[in-house]
Design a protein around this ligand. Structure first.
Ligand code: NAP
Length: 489
């Protein structure tokens, strides 16, 4: 097995890699073993303030930098991430737990946002509206919003950050990044790529802290920060909506999800099994877009369950750096508790365990946060798993008969991020895609994330879109200039 890292990283403020004011640090640990894999400065309010100062100071120069030059830096940063993919992925697996192959995939995915938004930087077009009054002209400009704060989660420590920094940099904004305290080392390595690619001092700044509330308070009370982009739980997202009211700050919120995964009778069952596995068990079930409820039509229910069982019960669980590992540890013991609570609650209310259903605590698993890949048969609305995000490797199966019935079941959620279904019926594909109340629909596809697609949710999954051609709009203000006394042609 490759060895975990041992890395002591720093804050990045105004182009300097520095310690926190007062010098305090916190440990970063491997969720598979509990061992220390590095440390980060425990930033203070003064550090957050200094990061905002640096971003504000860098803003005039960066917004005036020609778009083509901003794009070159983004492309170079993507190249550097790819060159350093082994190092970044090893750090990610060490602190986050995911299997190394997945971590390498995430580095590539994360780099793709820099490349995509490098292209978008060069196409921030305005418009000239047709005159309503022949003496006037209306020019529409799209300008950078200013200083941005990005608050990111631990489940995709590289990609959730580049999905914000890519469009922010492309638009001409400067940023302060606050990564999850479980996974700050990956963040530091990605920011080193941006810096080494030639981003001027202060264009991106990194603050890590164990006191996320303090960081948020400092950001929200500083009038120079014009926009906050947050990816994380719906609970914290709601707090940020409240906090944004005081200064009417712009927000983008990528929050929780609870994806339905529908398999119709006419689906290609093998493809559907592969799709559900990719959606459900990637990152040990810790993705916002992962399937939390699988609805299988009655005619194929037993066959689907048996095919799924055959694949899931041979999944290799282990340290993310060990050869052949498919399912790594969960992020911490609380995550294991939550997965187990959902499983036990479902069983107590009548679900049947098909496979898994227990914590792994012996031998190599003794010190880690491991949970066996699990399938539950007979999940109903009475069970917690039907409505709550599990964030673990637990798939719950529910039988259905008709299209109308499954649409109603699938839309019965406070969340509206990702949804999936499998069918070979072309007309149904269009119909169901239109009826699902979700921001993202995977039709015959279990992996839906891509830099060129607008990612985001409806309902309590948040608002705003990241990626796609609209992703940069989140970082631009629209201004119009009315030019009077132009005269007629
Ligand atoms: P979280 O607890 O909400 O944390 C996310 C970020 O917010 C972390 O950087 C965290 O810092 C910070 N934070 C914690 N308390 C805060 C506060 N009071 N004010 C401001 N920031 C605060 O979420 P998580 O457990 O890391 O991530 C899992 C959640 O993210 C799931 O619900 C998942 O569905 C969602 N998610 C959504 C998307 C999407 O695109 N929609 C993508 C990925 C994940 P600390 O780490 O220091 O506490």
């Amino acid at each position: 097995m490759a060895t975990t890292i041992n890395l002591d990283e720093h804050l990045l403020i105004g182009g300097s890699w520095i310690d926190a004011t007062g010098g305090a640090r916190f440990d970063v640990t491997d969720p598979a073993t509990g061992n220390k894999v590095g440390s980060m400065p425990n930033g203070t309010e003064a550090d957050v303030q200094a990061a905002i100062d640096a971003a504000a100071a860098a803003l005039p120069g960066w917004r005036a930098t020609p778009a083509i030059q901003r794009a070159r830096i983004l492309r170079k940063a993507a190249d550097l991430m790819r060159e350093r993919a082994d190092e970044i992925a090893t750090a990610m697996t060490s602190e986050q737990g995911k299997a190394l192959a997945e971590a390498k995939g995430e580095v590539e995915y994360a780099a793709s946002f820099f490349e995509w938004f490098a292209g978008e930087a060069e196409r921030i077009y305005g418009e000239i509206a047709p005159p309503m009054n022949t003496n006037n002209r209306v020019l529409v400009l799209r300008q950078p919003v200013g200083v941005v704060a990005a608050i990111t989660p631990w489940n995709f420590p590289a990609a959730m950050m580049t999905r914000k920094l890519g469009p922010a940099m492309a638009a001409g904004c400067t940023s302060v990044v606050k990564p999850a305290s479980a996974t700050p080392l990956t963040a530091a390595l990605v920011l080193r790529c941006i810096e080494d690619a030639g981003a001027p001092a202060g264009v991106v700044n990194l603050v890590t802290s164990r006191d996320a509330g303090m960081v948020a308070k400092t950001i929200f009370s500083d009038a120079r920060v014009r926009k906050i982009s947050f990816t994380g739980s719906t609970e914290i997202g709601k707090d940020l909506i409240r906090a944004s009211a005081d200064q009417v700050k712009r927000l983008s919120l990528e929050l929780g999800g609870h994806a339905p995964y529908i398999i119709f009778d006419d689906a290609d069952l093998d493809e559907a099994v592969e799709g559900l596995i990719a959606s459900k068990y990637r990152n040990a079930g810790q993705t916002c877009v992962c399937a939390n409820r699988a609805f299988v039509q009655r005619g194929v229910y037993d066959a689907f369950r048996d095919k799924l069982k055959a694949k899931v019960e041979v999944m290799k669980v282990g340290h993310g750096l060990a050869e052949g590992t498919v399912i790594g540890p969960l992020i911490d013991s609380r995550a294991v508790d939550k997965a187990d609570e959902h499983v036990q609650d479902a069983i107590a209310k009548g679900a049947t365990l098909v496979t898994g259903g227990q914590r792994l605590t012996e031998g190599e698993f003794a010190k880690g946060a491991f949970y066996a890949p699990t399938i539950l048969d007979g999940v109903t609305r009475e069970m917690d798993i039907f409505y709550e995000e599990t964030f673990g490797p637990v798939a719950g199966l529910t039988v259905f008969d008709t299209e109308d019935e499954v649409i109603e079941l699938a839309n019965d959620s406070i969340y509206g991020l990702a949804s999936y279904f499998h069918t070979k019926d072309y007309a149904r594909l269009m119909r169901v895609a239109e009826r699902l109340e979700y921001g993202i629909v995977g039709a015959n596809a279990g992996i839906i994330s891509a830099a060129n697609a607008p990612f985001g949710g409806v309902k309590q999954s948040g608002y705003g879109r990241e990626g796609g051609s609209v992703g940069i709009d989140e970082y631009l203000d629209v201004k119009y200039v009315l030019m009077g006394a132009v005269g007629t042609v």
